[in-house]
Design a protein around this ligand. Structure first.
Ligand code: PGA
Length: 249
């Protein structure tokens, strides 16, 4: 049995004060919840507040990106060691918004992933097709290509903590959720590619999350699928009640 991971991706929302306010309300709502792993990934500026607020609680804190070098002249970037120094455990890598707006490529995803794994962080590596690719029948090819390139030259031993998030780009922030059936199909493609790359034992343990307009109303149907090992939640994770409802689907 794979333990599900329900992760919040706050994107560029909330200040440290609003982060503390969120945790004050959220933690009592999920206290004692041990069925699933819970993580909140705020903007870097809120990480200290989040780690402090979540101390001793059943909620881990994650970053939204990580650079592949330990330090250097890379304005605006954060290294894995810096995240770890704050008590951060997870990090989102290769989110479609980074690919779309910030020139993230499969190759830079691979570099970031290697650095995160090397440092002992739990990377949540995002992949997914855009609408045109789905409509052209290219979804499987795109997912396989993204996996091959993201996981290039990473051994199954090194990849032990890897988590993948399947996020169809047409479902992100649009209110259009993939049906559970469609998500399961895509997850199966990713798991089969992971089998090719890392072997069957690894692939059977790999957690593949679904992301894209997950809400309290659709979480139960998605999470009921054995093939779906959790969720990466954007918009609906900003409100403590709504994110708690998703965690407790
Ligand atoms: P959404 O975002 O839940 O707002 O669609 C998901 C994500 O981008 O991770």
């Amino acid at each position: 049995m794979r333990k599900k991971l329900i992760a919040a991706n706050w994107k560029m929302y909330k200040t440290p004060d609003l982060t503390r306010e969120f945790f004050r309300e959220f933690l009592p709502l999920v206290s004692g919840h041990s069925r699933d792993e819970i993580a909140v990934c705020p903007p870097d500026i809120d990480l200290v507040a989040a780690v402090e607020a979540a101390k001793g609680a059943n909620v881990a804190v994650g970053g939204q990106n990580v650079h592949w070098k330990p330090e250097g002249a890379f304005t605006g970037e954060t290294s894995a060691g810096m995240l770890l120094a704050l008590g951060v455990k997870h990090v989102i890598i290769g989110h479609s918004e980074r690919r779309q707006y910030f020139c993230e490529t499969d190759d830079t995803v691979n570099l970031r992933l290697k650095a995160a794994l090397e440092a002992g962080l739990t990377p949540i590596c995002c992949i997914g097709e855009v609408l045109e690719e789905r409509e052209a029948g290219l979804t499987d090819d795109v997912l396989r290509r993204q996996c091959v390139r993201a996981f290039h030259a990473i051994s199954s031993k090194k990849a032990a903590k890897l988590v993948v998030a399947y996020e169809p780009v047409w479902a992100i922030g649009t209110g259009k959720t993939a049906t559970p059936e469609l998500a399961v199909e895509a997850h199966a493609v990713i798991r089969s590619e992971a089998t090719e790359i890392f072997g069957e034992e690894f692939a059977s343990k790999l957690r593949i999350l679904y992301g894209g307009s997950v809400k309290p109303e659709n979480a139960a149907a998605l999470m009921a699928q054995e093939e779906i090992d959790g969720a990466l939640v954007g918009g609906a994770s900003l409100d403590p009640k709504s994110f708690a409802a998703i965690v407790k689907y």
